[in-house]
Design a binder for this molecule. Structure first.
Ligand SMILES: Cc1ncc(COP(=O)(O)O)c(C=O)c1O
Length: 399
């Protein structure tokens, strides 16, 4: 097939939810991808924070092949045992914060959040859910209801009832909102889609204290931040914050659709048979891939690479900010979850287009931001090649 044919078929038959970039990607290798005409691009989006150990990663291919030759889906799914699932659960126990003792696997981040909210209502026997303005928690009706960005919510009214919002990072706002009706507070430890916002050092610890005092369960949505995206395996774990639920997806299986939620023993002890389930329940294929990805992250000390590469990015972006103060308002982020905030959305769009013209994928975020979140095992020369392209695009627009 040629790109032209692919464009025509997708434009005709794919649901019309996206303004498409006129590029048809055929294959990848590490941080690089190629279109159908053989042009090479660098991917600084890692498929929206998913391909954390690169495209066409051999350990993933091997896990897919080996497991699919054995079994993909168990008879009676979650009702039977699976060595692939047990292997992943044992590995998760090593990387999760120790107090999170029980895990259930889903197929996506939204599903994991949906389940955590549902189960928090059951455990507390309360109805209300608090979330934060500018948050993003998914596109199911309950997770859209928990998403603090009007554009993802309001056209679907009526939404789920009993959802309220507080300002991200504002402890007084949360303290005032917490009352005896609040089952759960759901929060991203660093807001991703909302524009890469980091709360103060003490914020999450205080959130834990306030929720616990109020009998409200704390759900941290680590769908975007989990699995070394910001350096440590999980942000909440690295901060010593004891949450009731931790939800995950994206990087967990490096591009294979998978997710999950972990919960404390106390929460798990209050759940019963039939409270949750699903057709896949962590099917052996997904579990084998997730195991291969997490093992790679641990064995290759990817966390250290994230710290080093993230440092290089921030230092380079800091120089751009000094050089183009009229164009760049802020740079922020942690590890390899970074954002450059431009003076206005038009400028961000022109820089993003300029990057694509020069064969680099970045992600325009919240209008005036450009998010950079490449594969976590990116090498220094690859990173510098991509940053060089960004610099040229910025120079053209702002120089
Ligand atoms: C923080 C966060 N939560 C939930 C989701 C939804 O995950 P999924 O698209 O896998 O349903 C996303 C997706 O971007 C996310 O960034």
């Amino acid at each position: 097939m040629s790109s032209e044919t692919t464009f025509k078929i997708e434009d005709k038959y794919m649901a019309p939810f996206f303004v498409k970039q006129q590029i048809s990607i055929e294959k990848g290798d590490g941080v690089f991808v190629w279109d159908e005409e053989g042009n090479r691009y660098i991917d600084f989006t890692s498929g929206w924070g998913v391909t954390c150990i690169g495209h066409a990663q051999p350990v993933i291919t091997e896990a897919l092949l080996n497991q699919s030759r054995k079994i993909i889906q168990n008879p009676n799914s979650g009702l039977t045992y699976s060595p692939a699932r047990a292997g992943l659960l044992a590995l998760m126990k090593e990387v999760l914060p120790p107090h999170l003792t029980h895990v259930f696997f889903s197929n996506s981040g939204a599903e994991a959040n949906d389940a955590a909210i549902k189960l928090a209502r059951k455990v507390t026997n309360r109805l209300d859910v608090i979330s934060t303005h500018q948050s993003f928690h998914g596109r199911t009706i309950s997770t859209a209801s928990a998403t603090g960005q009007a554009s993802h919510r309001e056209k679907f009214n009526p939404l789920m009832p009993n959802y309220r919002f507080v300002t991200y990072g504002d402890l007084d706002d949360l303290a005032q909102a917490l009352d005896e009706d609040v089952a759960a507070f759901i929060i991203e430890p660093i807001q991703g889609e909302g524009g890469v916002h980091l709360p103060s050092e003490k914020y999450l610890k205080e959130v834990e204290r306030l929720c616990s005092k109020n009998g409200t369960l704390l759900i941290t949505d680590e769908v975007q931040t989990g699995f070394c995206r910001t350096g440590p395996m999980f942000v909440t774990g690295s901060m010593g914050v004891k949450v009731d639920f931790l939800t995950m997806a994206k990087g967990i299986a490096g591009g294979f659709p998978f997710g999950g939620f972990a919960m404390s023993k106390k929460v798990a002890s209050r759940l019963e048979i039939g409270d949750h389930g699903g057709t896949y329940c962590g099917n052996p294929l997904g579990c084998a891939v997730a195991h291969a990805v997490i093992k790679y992250l641990v064995d290759h000390n990817v966390s250290a690479n994230v710290e080093t590469m993230g440092g290089i990015c921030l230092a380079t972006m800091g120089q751009w900010k000094e050089r183009y103060p009229h164009a760049i308002k802020d740079i922020r982020g942690k590890g390899l979850l970074l954002l450059i905030e431009f003076a206005d959305p038009d400028m961000a769009a022109r820089v993003s287009d300029g990057c694509l013209d020069r064969k680099l994928f970045v992600r325009q975020t919240q209008g005036n931001g450009i998010r950079v979140f490449p594969a976590l095992n990116i090498k220094e020369n690859e990173l510098k090649e991509g940053l060089g392209i960004m610099q040229a695009a910025i120079e053209q627009v702002a120089g």
